[in-house]
Design a protein around this ligand. Structure first.
Ligand SMILES: [Zn+2]
Length: 378
């Protein structure tokens, strides 16, 4: 089976290359914002229409010619993906990009041959620890020390600046062999704020304490930032620090989630969870952007994201059940509904009909398992 996998390296540009990277950020932002403005007034414009604007734009802004033209086309492609997501209800209306906020650009792999010489615009040499890119030429990289070469065909490379660091994420198409399924065992998982993950095997996975440390840091930096003048030197410095903490939090979260997922997938072939995207839409819109809630939601999405692709690669079945049925209110033994459980402060489930006493999230995970098995058997 062919899969897409990203390999992220730390990038060490020299001064000249750093200037060019910043220039490319600026150019892709200009193209993105220009096209967003066009699309706001003329909804019907297609990706092709917008790409046709590029030659004209290059005439008006000659500096656009200095950067990798593929990154400009990709900026338009990204904008179109944003609109598509918006139309499907999976995201908000695309916003204008701001300088210094989550800056990145992507270039796609192109190969051509001329007089027996094969030309490639993205080359990764892991022995010499360099990546060769159009315009930027050779840039030093670090990461994947135990690899001789990338295990597959390069599709694209994304260059980004997070905090004070540069990274390049190289997306590769890899051929993998699917492992045999082991036991056809199914497991239901409940995801929540109190217990991060509870399984129908009665396993609990909590949020590690070190994640709280990042939360406190983020809170402090956000408060500091709010007192600074927008766009000032100190503001930008503070913003970079904040990005740095977010980056660390994201990495720590990813590692934690990967551990949980590998634990869950090790002994099961069928993994069942709730569809959190639908659940989020059903929730009343009363969340005033609480940091804790924001971080919890990001963790939930990460769990589902990693479960999804790991199950695909490991030849497991991943089922997402509709959250319309009340998984925390139904007795997992006899099916009686207990409306009192709407109150999330009640941690112990008690069934007045069959006498079952069970931890709230554990009960929910069994219901999720049973509901998922209905999907699976149909
Ligand atoms: Zn019962």
């Amino acid at each position: 089976m062919k899969i897409h996998k990203a390999y992220q390296f730390r990038l060490y540009p020299n001064e000249e290359q750093e200037v060019l990277i910043h220039k490319t950020f600026g150019c892709t932002r200009l193209v993105y914002n220009y096209c967003l403005d066009l699309k706001r007034n003329k909804k019907y414009l297609t990706k092709f229409d917008l790409i046709k604007e590029l030659p004209k734009l290059k005439k008006d802004y000659p500096f656009l010619k200095e950067v990798d033209s593929c990154s400009l086309q990709n900026a338009i492609a990204d904008l179109m993906v944003g609109f598509l997501k918006f139309e499907k209800g999976q995201g908000g209306y695309p916003k204008f990009k701001k300088k210094g906020v989550k800056e990145s650009f992507r270039t796609s792999f192109v190969t051509s041959s001329y007089k027996d010489r094969v030309y490639e615009n993205i080359k990764v040499d892991l022995k010499r620890r360099v990546i060769e890119l159009l315009k930027l030429k050779e840039v030093k990289i670090r990461g994947y020390r135990n690899f001789d070469k990338l295990p597959g065909r390069i599709l694209n490379a994304t260059i980004k600046e997070i905090g004070t660091r540069f990274y390049v994420s190289v997306c590769v198409e890899e051929e993998i062999e699917l492992p045999e399924r082991t036991n056809n065992q199914a497991v239901g998982i409940d995801v929540g704020v109190k217990n991060l993950v509870v399984t129908s095997d009665n396993d609990y996975y909590g949020n590690p304490r070190y994640l709280d440390k990042y939360e406190r840091k983020i809170k402090r930096l956000q408060q500091e930032l709010s007192r600074k003048i927008k766009g000032s030197k100190n503001y930008i410095k503070n913003k970079k620090k904040l990005e740095e903490v977010y980056r660390k939090l994201k990495n720590a979260r990813k590692k934690m989630v990967e551990k949980i997922v590998s634990n869950i997938t090790r002994n099961h072939d069928i993994i069942i969870a709730e569809n959190l995207q639908v659940k989020k839409m059903l929730e009343k819109k009363n969340n005033h952007k609480h940091l804790r809630k924001e971080i919890a939601n990001a963790t939930f999405s990460e769990i589902i994201r990693i479960l999804k692709y790991k199950c695909l690669w490991l030849n497991k079945t991943f089922i997402q059940v509709n959250p319309f049925y009340p998984s925390s209110q139904i007795c997992s033994r006899c099916g009686k509904k207990n409306e009192e459980m709407k109150d999330i402060r009640i941690r112990e489930y008690y069934c007045s009909k069959c006498g079952l006493e069970i931890e709230r999230d554990y009960n929910a995970s069994i219901n999720i398992l049973n509901e998922g098995l209905k999907y699976y058997n149909n």
